[in-house]
Design a protein around this ligand. Structure first.
Ligand SMILES: Nc1ncnc2c1ncn2[C@@H]1O[C@H](COP(=O)(O)OP(=O)(O)O)[C@@H](O)[C@H]1O
Ligand SMILES: [Mg+2]
Length: 389
C-alpha cells in the first residue's frame, strides 16, 4: 500500500525518551523524525503529523502545553508519554485533545500501532489505496473451501511479506479457527455488537494475530451468534479491511446467497468457486455462478477451481469445462493424509508439510491468484510428459 509520509516531531530531551522506542520510530517506513526542544519556537521544514511530548508536571502544565501545540499545529495528533497513570490526569489530557497516552518507556507495539492507526486515519480521509480481496466459496459443503482459504492466506503472507487478513465468513461453522488452532476468543461478532463505535482500534481488537504471519477475523463459536452480523456490518468490515491490509482472504459458506456472503463477494476482486469432479458439485458450481452473475457480479471476477483432483475421476476436465463454459483456473491435487494431519495438528499444511505436493501447488496457485496473466496456462499440475494439464 503506498503510504503518505508521516512527520513525527519529538519535543523532549533525547535522554528523556526511551532509546528502544526511538530506534523503533527511526526504523518506520515513510516516516520522518525530528527532535526539537521547543516546537512553538523552532522552525520546522514540514508541519508535523504527530507530536510526541513527555509529561513533566514539575516543569510545565502538560494540559496547557497540549492546547498550545494543538492551536499552533491544528492538523497534528498529539501523543503524550508519561509515567503518571492516575486516571484523572489521563482523562484531563485526553480532554485537551491528546490522541494517545502512552507509558514511559512506551510499549513499542502499542506505540507503532498508534502511529499506524494515524496513518490509516489520514489515508481514509484522503487518498486510499485498496487492498485485494479473494473469496473462496464451495459449490457444496466439505469440498475444501476452508482448507484452501486458510492455506492460500498463509502462503500469501509468507511469499509477499505483505499484510494479510483471513476473514472467516463461514459464520455458522467457523472451521478456520480449528485449522489455525486459534482458541475461542475475539470474533467478528465483537465488531457487530459494537458497530456504533467501529474504528481501527475496535477492528484491531477483534482480530487475532497468528504465528503463521496472518491476522485472523474469526467466526463465532456459537452458530446462534452469527445472526448478530448483518450485511451492513460486513460492508463496513470489508471496507476497512481493504484499507488496513494489502490482501484479504475470505472463507465463505458453500452455495450461500445470504446478504453477508453477497457483501463479502461484492468486496472481492476475485471469487473462487471450489468444486470437485463430481456431477453434483459441478452442476451446483455452474448454477451458483449463474445466480451471482444474474445478481450483477462481473463474470471476469469469477473463477472455478477444482479441489481434490484425481486423475481418472467420473468427469474429465474437458467435460467440466464444457458444462461450466469456462476454463478451470486451477487444480488442487488430492492429499487426504497430509491435509487431515495438518488439520489435526492445527497447523496449515503449507507450514506443516511445506514439501508436500499440495503445499507446493498452493504456493503456485497464490502466484497465479495475484497475477493470472503472468502464469499463462499452467494451472497446478503437469501430465505424464511434463506438459501442463
Ligand atoms: N486437497 C485435498 N485433498 C484431500 N482432502 C482434502 C483436500 N482439501 C480438503 N480436504 C478434506 O476435505 C475436508 C473438508 O474441507 P473443508 O475445507 O472444511 O471444506 P469446506 O470448507 O468446503 O466445507 C477436510 O477435512 C479435508 O479432510
Ligand atoms: Mg468450511
Amino acid at each position: 500500500m503506498p503510504q503518505e509520509t508521516l512527520y513525527i516531531a519529538l519535543e523532549m530531551e533525547r535522554d528523556a525518551f526511551d532509546n528502544k522506542a526511538l530506534k523503533a520510530l527511526e526504523s518506520l517506513d515513510q516516516t520522518k523524525l525530528t527532535l526539537c526542544a521547543d516546537l512553538t519556537r523552532e522552525k520546522l521544514a514540514d508541519d508535523p503529523t504527530i507530536i510526541m511530548i513527555d509529561d513533566r508536571p514539575e516543569e510545565i502544565d502538560t494540559v496547557s502545553r497540549v492546547r498550545t501545540l494543538k492551536r499552533k499545529f491544528s492538523g497534528a495528533e498529539v501523543f503524550v508519554v508519561s509515567t503518571d497513570q492516575r486516571p484523572q490526569h489521563i482523562v484531563n489530557l485526553m480532554k485537551s485533545g491528546v490522541s494517545e497516552y502512552l507509558g514511559n518507556p512506551p510499549d513499542i507495539h502499542e506505540l507503532i500501532t498508534a502511529i499506524e492507526e494515524i496513518r490509516i486515519k489520514r489515508a481514509n480521509a484522503g487518498q486510499v489505496v485498496q487492498g485485494t480481496t479473494y473469496s473462496f466459496v464451495g459449490s457444496k459443503g466439505g469440498l475444501g473451501s476452508t482448507v484452501l482459504a486458510v492455506n492460500a492466506a498463509v502462503s500469501l503472507a509468507a511469499k509477499s511479506r505483505q499484510s494479510v487478513l483471513l476473514c472467516d465468513m463461514s459464520l455458522q461453522s467457523g472451521d478456520a479457527s480449528v485449522l489455525l488452532d486459534v482458541p475461542a476468543g475475539r470474533t467478528i461478532v465483537d465488531l457487530s455488537r459494537n458497530i456504533h463505535r467501529f474504528d481501527v482500534s475496535l477492528f484491531r481488537g477483534a482480530v487475532t494475530r497468528h504465528k503463521a504471519g496472518i491476522d485472523f477475523l474469526a467466526a463465532p463459536p456459537d452458530p446462534e451468534d452469527s445472526s448478530d452480523v448483518n450485511a451492513d456490518h460486513a460492508a463496513q468490515i470489508f471496507d476497512l479491511s481493504n484499507k488496513l491490509y494489502e490482501h484479504v482472504v475470505v472463507d465463505c459458506p458453500a452455495m450461500s446467497l445470504d446478504p453477508c456472503t453477497l457483501t463479502a463477494l461484492q468486496a472481492s476482486d476475485r471469487i473462487f468457486i471450489v468444486t470437485d469432479l463430481s456431477v453434483t458439485a459441478v452442476r451446483n458450481a455452474s448454477r451458483y455462478r449463474d445466480l451471482i452473475e444474474k445478481i450483477g457480479f462481473d463474470p471476469s471476477r469469477i473463477e472455478f477451481v477444482i479441489n481434490r483432483y484425481i486423475k481418472g475421476s467420473a468427469l474429465s476436465i474437458e467435460e467440466v469445462e464444457s458444462t461450466l463454459k469456462k476454463k478451470i483456473f486451477w487444480l488442487f491435487p488430492n492429499d487426504f493424509i497430509n491435509v487431515v494431519s495438518s488439520i489435526n495438528r492445527g497447523t496449515p499444511l503449507v507450514n506443516f508439510q511445506p514439501g508436500a505436493v499440495l503445499s507446493k501447488n498452493i504456493n503456485e496457485f497464490v502466484d497465479k491468484m495475484q497475477n493470472p496473466s503472468a502464469c499463462g496456462n499452467y494451472r497446478g499440475l503437469k501430465g505424464t510428459f511434463g506438459k501442463a494439464i
